[in-house]
Design a protein around this ligand. Structure first.
Ligand code: ZN
Length: 260
C-alpha cells in the first residue's frame, strides 16, 4: 500500500512513501512543555508551530461543522531530521508535511531557515505560520473527503493536485482572516490582529514555494508548467489572498472554477 503525504512543496522525491496506515502514529517529536505563553511562540519556532496548530484547531472547530465537516483536531509533531509517521518514515528533506493516515502535521523547524535563506521568503513570523496553516488545510481536505476524491495522477497548473494545494493555500488565508479571533481553551485571544506587514510575510512565503519560483530560482533550471504539483507563485499568492479576504470555506472551492 502506498500512503500519500501532502507537502508544502513538490520538489522532492519522497512524495510517495511506502508504509501501512495501520502502523499508526509514532509521535517521537520533542516535548513542547516549555511552550506556555505568546512570548514563547515569538521567541521559539517550535512554540510558534504549536501556537499556530492550536489557533487553527480553534478556528476549524468552529468553521468545520458550519461547512458540514465532522471535525476532529489535527495533531502536530516537531521533529529533527527524521521521523516515523503513519505514512512511513520521512526526513527533513521533504519539508513540512501532513500525513492523513495519522492526521498529523510534521514540521522540522530548521525548514524555516531554508524558507527565507534558500527559497527567498521574508523572515516574518507569518511566513512560518502560513506554512503550518497550509498543512492544516490538508487536514480539512482529509476530513471532508476532497483529498480522497482528487485525481492525483496528473500534474500541471490546472490539475487536481494543484487545485488541492491551492485550496490548502486558500484555507491558510481563511485562517489568517480569522486568526485574531481564535481563542485558547480558556477563551483568551491567541493572536494580535494581523498587520499588512504580516500578510506581506505570508504572501512572500506562498510565492517562495511556487513551482515556477522553485524551478527557476532555487533549482536554477527551466520552468516546466506541465510538471507542476503545487501551483505557481502567482496562483499560490492569489488563492491565499482569496481566503484571507473572504474568510469562508466556500470561497476556497478551487475544484469548481474553470481556471485556478
Ligand atoms: Zn500542500
Amino acid at each position: 500500500m502506498i500512503v500519500v503525504i501532502y507537502t508544502l512543496m513538490g520538489n522532492n522525491p519522497l512524495d510517495l512513501l511506502g508504509g501501512a496506515a495501520s502502523q499508526g502514529p509514532a509521535a517521537q517529536g520533542s516535548s513542547l512543555e516549555h511552550c506556555l505563553t505568546g512570548a514563547d511562540a515569538n521567541e521559539r519556532d517550535d512554540c510558534l508551530v504549536q501556537a499556530t496548530v492550536e489557533s487553527a484547531d480553534s478556528l476549524w472547530e468552529r468553521l468545520g461543522p458550519e461547512a458540514g465537516i465532522d471535525f476532529v483536531v489535527a495533531q502536530g509533531v516537531i521533529f529533527d531530521q527524521s521521523v516515523q509517521t503513519g505514512c512511513g518514515a520521512a526526513t527533513s528533506d521533504i519539508g513540512p508535511f501532513y500525513c492523513p493516515a495519522d492526521m498529523t502535521l510534521y514540521v522540522d523547524v530548521s525548514f524555516f531557515d531554508a524558507l527565507s535563506s534558500q527559497y527567498g521568503a521574508d523572515d516574518g513570523q507569518l511566513a512560518k505560520m502560513y506554512v503550518v496553516a497550509h498543512e492544516y488545510g490538508h487536514h480539512i481536505q482529509h476530513l471532508d473527503g476532497t483529498m480522497q476524491a482528487a485525481d492525483r495522477t496528473r500534474t500541471g497548473p490546472q490539475s487536481d493536485g494543484v487545485r488541492l494545494e491551492l485550496q490548502a493555500d486558500c484555507y491558510a488565508g481563511v485562517w489568517a482572516h480569522h486568526a485574531a479571533n481564535t481563542t485558547d481553551e480558556n477563551g483568551n485571544a491567541m493572536l494580535m490582529p494581523l498587520s499588512s506587514a504580516d500578510i506581506a510575510s505570508a504572501l512572500s512565503a506562498a510565492s517562495a514555494v511556487g513551482d515556477d519560483h522553485i524551478q527557476r530560482e532555487v533549482a536554477d533550471g527551466p520552468v516546466r508548467p506541465e510538471t507542476w504539483t503545487h501551483g505557481s507563485s502567482e496562483q499560490r499568492a492569489a488563492w491565499f489572498t482569496t481566503g484571507y479576504e473572504q474568510g469562508t470555506v466556500a470561497a476556497c472551492d478551487t475544484f469548481s472554477v474553470p481556471e485556478v
